[in-house]
Design a protein around this ligand. Structure first.
Ligand SMILES: Nc1ncnc2c1ncn2[C@@H]1O[C@H](COP(=O)(O)OP(=O)(O)OP(=O)(O)O)[C@@H](O)[C@H]1O
Length: 567
């Protein structure tokens, strides 16, 4: 695990140089007490002071310089590793299997890539890098103490052994508790995001009390989790204080006793006793640091692990998949069933073929399985049984189809920025001139001219400055710019005024011309304009034919047409 951490943080490269810098930084600090010992043992002779000060000064400068270099080196590497983890994590979010993405709340993914990793940075900036220097200092001080007086060094090292063993046990407990705390904090973030995002709905439905109870529960859980990290931390601090004080006392009392020992017994000079007192201080300081920063270190590690877990999610993209053959896509859905997680089967034995270039409208009552069918075609859900082939290639063998298979949702996602920037996302390298051309081709020039700043009109966060119909028009333009070979269009059910609806229908007609299209239709006009209508009911296709054919005979579709006409 630790070895993997070294690799992941990019610390293995140049490990020897890192170790040398750490030894220089840690060892340099220890030279001063040794020079003091020499001066004392020489009877404080003036001629020994000058060289001692010179050696001490050089040592301090070397220690300071090495420490600076080491800090910069480690900080830069670990920050680079964190940035890499963020990038990989984000890529995994985009390549995640649809089933995993469905199960994972967005706020949890955001927390793993932001606040969780921030803990690692905070720890580093708070002196986490000193871990390395301190460990080197601890080792060097321990060795020198043993050389100076093994009689004093043995009890100190034994006490240090007790402390380190105690910390090893505690850190496991502390690590586990911080792991829980980070999970509960991420839950809290999710609850807060939901509550803030849904504030208007909560106010309008008068459900503030219910929302507050849910939020309070998340706040309490996070608080309790954080409190649960404390007893082990306090236990660790107490153990540290007791053993560290015992080490200092041992050296002081033992030193005095040995220095006064009678003839025949091994004697310590006063200089050696003073040096030992300094050395034990150098020995215990890193231990104190380790004790105090154990909590922060475990919190940082817990954050790192959560981010790494996300970065380690297997990509759902098929690396050596077969590319989608060029041209309009033929769709073959063979006896496909679908379910969400362990839930009931919601699509049963769906078997249908869509010819290249055909425009198929999917209709049916709410909950009949239309969206599930669309999710299967666009790989946002894997079939529970059966196979789907696009132009003959089974979906589970197909290479990424970005730009070739495009879903146009009811409410297309728009990033904060201009309309131009959002539409250009459809095709990498597209220019504003391309955007204007595609808007013209879709017959949307009047709409564009009516916007305050034309293509430079800002759309606001998630496109909130545009109407629902305008967002769908922007989505249509973006899709048209992508020039896909299979379009899955989820028609908006509401929020579109009649004029925009006409514009949407006209643009849709241009977009679908010559390309395979599956439209989830909520309006009769969309079904009428399609080559064929598939009628879903209870998760099954119960009718298939042209609008005219199906409307003319009794059945589900005729009922739907009746309902549309009455509306
Ligand atoms: N994410 C999900 N998790 C669990 N069940 C789901 C999920 N999405 C849909 N379902 C269930 O699958 C069934 C089909 O739903 P689907 O969304 O495909 O219907 P639909 O015909 O598109 O309905 P609508 O016209 O209201 O969008 C429904 O019973 C629904 O409750």
């Amino acid at each position: 695990m630790r070895v993997r951490l070294l690799d992941e943080a990019g610390l293995r490269d140049g490990l020897a140089l890192t170790a040398v810098l750490a030894l220089l930084a840690g060892g340099g600090r220890i030279v001063a007490p040794l020079t003091v010992q020499r001066v004392i043992d020489a009877g404080l002779a003036p001629h020994t002071v000058g060289p001692a000060v010179a050696v001490g000064a050089v040592a301090v400068l070397v220690a300071g310089g090495s420490s600076l270099l080491l800090n910069r080196r480690l900080q830069a590497r670990v920050e680079t590793a964190i940035a890499g983890l963020r990038r990989t994590g984000l890529r995994r979010v985009h390549e995640m299997a649809a089933s995993t993405a469905d199960r994972t709340p967005a706020a949890d993914l955001v927390a793993r890539l932001t606040s969780d990793l921030d803990q690692t940075t905070t720890f580093l900036q708070g002196g986490g890098v000193q871990f390395v220097t301190n460990t080197a200092q601890l080792l060097i001080a321990g060795v020198i103490m043993s050389v100076y007086s093994w009689q004093l060094a043995v009890p100190v090292l034994l006490l240090a052994g007790v402390l380190i063993a105690g910390m090893a046990v505690m850190q496991r407990v502390i690590g586990r508790r911080f792991g829980h705390a980070r999970r509960d904090l991420s839950e809290l973030q999710r609850a807060v995001t939901e509550s803030v995002g849904g504030a208007a709905l909560i106010r309008s439905t008068g459900t503030e009390q219910r929302a507050r109870v849910k939020l309070d529960a998340a706040v309490d859980r996070a608080r309790d989790s954080l409190i649960r990290t404390q007893p082990a931390l306090h236990g660790n601090a107490s153990l540290g204080e007791i053993t560290i004080a015992a080490m200092t006392v041992t050296v002081l009392l033992g030193g005095v006793w040995w220095s006064l020992a009678g003839p025949g017994a091994p004697r310590l000079s006063s200089g050696q006793v003073v040096a030992m007192v300094f050395l034990v201080t150098f020995f215990v300081r890193p231990l104190q640091f380790l004790v105090q920063s154990l909590g922060e270190a475990q919190n940082a590690l817990a954050g790192w692990r959560r981010a790494r877990e996300l970065a380690g999610t297997p990509s759902a993209e098929i690396a050596d998949g077969r590319p989608l053959p060029d041209g309009p896509v033929g769709v073959r859905v063979e006896h496909v069933s679908a379910r969400y997680g362990d839930g009931p089967v919601v699509l049963h034995d769906v078997d249908v073929t869509i010819a290249p270039g055909e425009h198929v409208a999917v209709v049916g009552r709410t909950g009949s399985g239309k969206s599930t069918f669309a999710k299967l075609l666009t790989r946002r859900l894997e079939p529970a049984a059966g196979t789907i082939r696009l132009s003959g290639v089974p979906l589970d063998r197909l290479a990424p189809t970005a730009g070739r298979v495009v879903i146009l949702p009811q409410d297309p996602f728009l990033f904060a920025g201009t309309l131009d920037a959002n539409i250009r996302l459809g095709r990498p390298g597209a220019t504003t001139a391309d955007v204007v051309r595609i808007i013209d081709r879709l017959g949307l020039r009047d709409w564009l001219d009516a916007l305050p700043d034309g293509v430079d009109t800002p759309v606001g966060l998630r496109g909130e400055l545009l109407s629902a119909g305008e967002r769908q028009l922007a989505g249509l333009a973006r899709t048209a710019l992508a020039d896909p070979d299979l379009v899955v269009f989820d028609e908006a059910t509401s929020g579109i005024d009649p004029a925009t609806d006409v514009a949407v229908q006209a643009a849709l007609a241009v977009l679908t011309r010559g390309r395979t299209t599956v439209s989830i239709a909520h309006r009769m006009v969309t079904a009428e304009n399609a080559d064929r209508v598939l009628v879903f009911d209870g998760g099954r296709i119960v009718q298939s034919g042209s609008h005219a054919e199906l409307a003319a005979r009794p059945g589900r579709y005729a009922d739907l047409v009746g309902a549309w006409t009455r509306n």
